[in-house]
Design a binder for this molecule. Structure first.
Ligand code: NAP
Length: 233
C-alpha cells in the first residue's frame, strides 16, 4: 500500500503551477515539479519549504522525449501517477483580432495548449486506469467558455475551448475507472500571464486546482470547475 499520493504539475516553476506544487506538497502529496528549464525548476523547488517533498523534473510538454523521460522516471519510482495537473500553457497573440491572428500564432498556441495536453494524458492516464485511481486537472480559463466567448485573445481562447472539449472526451473515455478528469478556471491571477492588476493571488488561483486534484471518489468528472463549483461550458 502506497504511503502518499504522487502528483506531476506541468509548468511548475512559476506562477499558478508553483503554488499548486506548494499546496499539494503541504497536503502530504509527493510532487514532481515539471519545468522545461530544469535549472529554473530546481530553483523553484528550492524556494519551497525544505520539508516539502517536491522534486524538479525536466519537462517541455511539447517534447516527446521529455514526456517519455518523465514517464520512465514515474514508472521506475512510483509505478504510476495519482495526480496529473496540466497547468503549463502559453498566451500568444493576446492583442490580435480573430481575423488578424496568424497561422503561426494559432499553431504555436494549439501545439502547447491542446496537442501537448493530450500527449500528457496519453502518457499518464492509461497507468491510472490500470490502477483504478487518478485525478487529472486541465487548467483552463473562462476565456474558453463558449457561453461568454468574446473577442479577447482569440488563439488562446479557442485553444482553451478545445482543451475543455478534450477534457470532456477523455473523462467520458475513462468513465467508471476511478479516474476523474476535469478542467478548472483559476480566475484572473497575478502572474506573468495574468499581470500585476489581476484581483486574485496565486494562493487563490491554485485553490480549485488543488481541490480538483484531491477529489473524493464520488467527486465530479468531465466538468468545468471554478470556485470549487461546476460552471457552464
Ligand atoms: P505563467 O505565469 O505564464 O506560467 C506559465 C508556465 O507554463 C511557466 O512555468 C512556463 O514555463 C510553462 N510553460 C509554457 N510552455 C511550456 C512548455 N512547452 N512546456 C513546459 N512548460 C511550459 O502562467 P500562469 O498565469 O501561472 O498560468 C497557469 C495556467 O493558468 C495556464 O494554463 C493559464 O492558461 C491558466 N490561466 C491563468 C490565468 C491568469 O490570470 N494568470 C487565468 C486563466 C487561466 P517557462 O517558465 O519555462 O516559460
Amino acid at each position: 500500500m502506497k504511503q502518499t499520493r504522487v502528483a506531476l504539475v506541468t509548468g511548475g516553476n512559476r506562477g499558478i503551477g508553483l503554488e499548486v506544487c506548494r499546496q499539494l506538497a503541504r497536503s502530504g502529496v509527493t510532487v514532481l515539479l515539471g519545468a522545461r528549464d530544469l535549472q529554473a525548476g530546481k530553483a523553484a523547488a528550492g524556494q519551497l519549504a525544505s520539508q516539502l517533498n517536491v522534486t524538479a523534473v525536466k519537462l517541455d510538454i511539447t517534447s516527446d522525449p521529455d514526456i517519455a523521460g518523465v514517464r520512465a522516471h514515474v514508472e521506475r519510482e512510483f509505478g504510476a501517477l495519482d495526480i496529473l495537473v496540466n497547468n503549463a500553457a502559453v498566451l500568444i497573440g493576446e492583442d490580435s483580432s480573430i481575423l488578424e491572428v496568424s497561422d503561426a500564432e494559432l499553431r504555436d498556441t494549439f501545439e502547447t495548449n491542446v496537442v501537448a495536453q493530450l500527449a500528457m494524458c496519453r502518457a499518464f492516464v492509461p497507468a491510472m486506469v490500470a490502477r483504478r485511481y487518478g485525478r487529472v486537472v486541465n487548467v483552463s480559463s473562462t476565456a474558453g467558455q463558449l457561453q461568454s466567448m468574446g473577442t479577447y485573445a482569440p488563439a488562446y481562447s479557442i485553444s482553451k475551448t478545445a482543451l475543455n472539449a478534450l477534457t470532456k472526451t477523455i473523462a467520458e473515455s475513462v468513465s467508471g475507472t476511478g479516474v476523474l478528469v476535469n478542467c478548472v478556471n483559476p480566475g484572473w491571477v497575478r502572474t506573468d500571464m495574468g499581470g500585476p492588476h489581476a484581483p486574485l493571488s496565486v494562493e487563490q488561483g491554485a485553490d480549485t486546482i488543488v481541490w480538483a486534484a484531491t477529489l473524493a471518489d464520488n467527486g465530479p468528472t468531465g466538468a468545468f470547475l471554478s470556485g470549487r463549483r461546476k460552471i457552464a461550458w
